[in-house]
Design a protein around this ligand. Structure first.
Ligand SMILES: [Zn+2]
Length: 64
């Protein structure tokens, strides 16, 4: 079972066009590419957060 990306109606797996609104559905290769891109963006965000935490550490500036 899948859901139409346009109208949200259910349709069987492998359906290329929604039978309710006629919108073309993304195939599995496209979905895999979108998932990979989302993972890459997530990894980049984690890297940026770690760099910010390292740069903004107050204990490195205090010299006891
Ligand atoms: Zn639809």
């Amino acid at each position: 079972m899948g859901f139409c990306v346009n109208c949200g109606q259910q349709h069987p797996d492998g359906t290329r066009f929604c039978r309710f609104c006629g919108n073309q559905q993304p195939g599995e290769p496209l979905l895999q590419r979108l998932r990979m891109e989302a993972q890459q963006i997530h990894a980049l965000r984690l890297q940026m957060q770690q760099q910010q935490q390292q740069g903004g550490n107050p204990y490195q500036q205090r010299r006891w």
